[in-house]
Write a protein that binds this ligand. Structure first.
Ligand SMILES: Nc1ncnc2c1ncn2[C@@H]1O[C@H](COP(=O)(O)OP(=O)(O)OP(=O)(O)O)[C@@H](O)[C@H]1O
Length: 297
């Protein structure tokens, strides 16, 4: 089983928001989609799920083209949190609608989760709080039995206790290896705790597709102090500078080889310390523009 995104392209406002994206998702994975505001994460989910027609490229489920075989949409579930069309319906009515759309909709699971999280099934969604609505979209999504789930900012508006519960629901969902979940989120620290892989978008392209375990083994975040205020060229050539504070430089090296280690020693830092590397560091290292922070002052 697999979901393949092949040369997927979509222009929004004459901008190549998605420019020939290629990747594959397999059940058992939780994949984070990360990138700055407006980069196209929601557009990607909408295009994969058929809300937007792609300008080019294909979405394939088990090698079959989704756009020409609409029944394959049952394999995909994306509850768009920005969709307002069903806000006048009650939670129970939405579940009926989903049963019609997803023949394998798991009503017992839906009822169990709604009860567990004390969400009123007879209340109209427009009367749900932001957090209740967010939780509802997750419950709806996991109840579809679709193997590929897409969640857009699923933790937004949820209190810390519910967030932890939601994360454990999601981990349980992929544990048996039958489902994959793609999550677009700016909650990087919480995302990092559950994802296996992070796809980083910039300027319409995938600029990194990290397997987090491999990345953690290969990358280093170092705090370095030099005698002079000048930043050695090696740091910019092989690393990404995260911050500069006086003579203290924090730099991320994504591929920290023994040769690089030796070259770094030759720059003669007066102090060097390895710091824990997080997804936030990778985000900042790759996506911070120089005009965002005056790194070089
Ligand atoms: N319905 C729309 N009409 C016009 N422009 C849109 C529409 N939806 C998105 N865009 C534009 O498409 C681009 C991508 O937006 P998108 O919502 O996919 O980004 P995102 O990565 O999900 O952002 P965020 O992190 O802020 O949620 C942005 O430039 C946005 O302004």
């Amino acid at each position: 089983m697999s979901l393949n995104i092949v040369n997927l392209s979509k222009q929004i406002n004459q901008q190549a928001t998605l420019a020939a994206l290629n990747f594959e998702i397999q059940p058992g994975q939780i994949v984070g989609i990360i990138g700055r505001n407006g980069v196209g994460k929601t557009t990607l989910f909408r295009t994969i799920n058929g809300q937007y027609l792609p300008d080019d490229g294909q979405v394939l489920v088990d090698g079959q083209v989704v756009v020409t075989q609409p029944e394959l949409r049952q394999q995909l579930s994306f509850v768009d949190p920005q969709a307002t069309f069903f806000k006048t319906a009650t939670a129970k009515q939405i579940a009926w609608f989903y049963q019609a759309t997803y023949p394998k909709f798991d009503q017992a699971k839906f009822d169990r989760l709604m009860t567990r999280y004390q969400l009123p099934v007879d209340r109209k969604l427009r009367h749900f709080s932001k957090g209740m609505f967010g939780l509802f979209t997750i419950i709806l999504s996991v109840s579809t039995a679709a193997p590929y789930l897409f969640l857009d900012e699923p933790l937004d508006g949820l209190d810390v206790i519910i967030r932890k519960n939601v994360l454990s629901i999601l981990i349980d969902e992929v544990a048996n290896g039958n489902r994959a979940i793609m999550i677009a989120s700016h909650n990087l620290s919480e995302l990092e705790g559950i994802i296996d892989r992070a796809i980083m978008l910039k300027d319409g392209h995938i600029i990194h597709d990290y397997q987090l375990e491999t990345m953690r083994a290969q990358a280093r975040k170092l705090q370095l102090v030099y005698r002079e205020k000048q930043i050695p060229a090696l740091l910019r050539e092989h690393g990404r500078i995260v911050s500069v504070s006086g003579r203290v430089i924090v730099v991320v090296f994504e591929d920290f080889t023994p040769a690089l280690q030796a070259a770094l020693a030759a720059t003669e830092p007066v102090f060097q310390e390895a710091l824990p590397l997080s997804l936030t560091d990778l985000f900042m290292a790759n996506l911070t523009d120089e005009h965002d922070y005056d790194l070089l002052s």
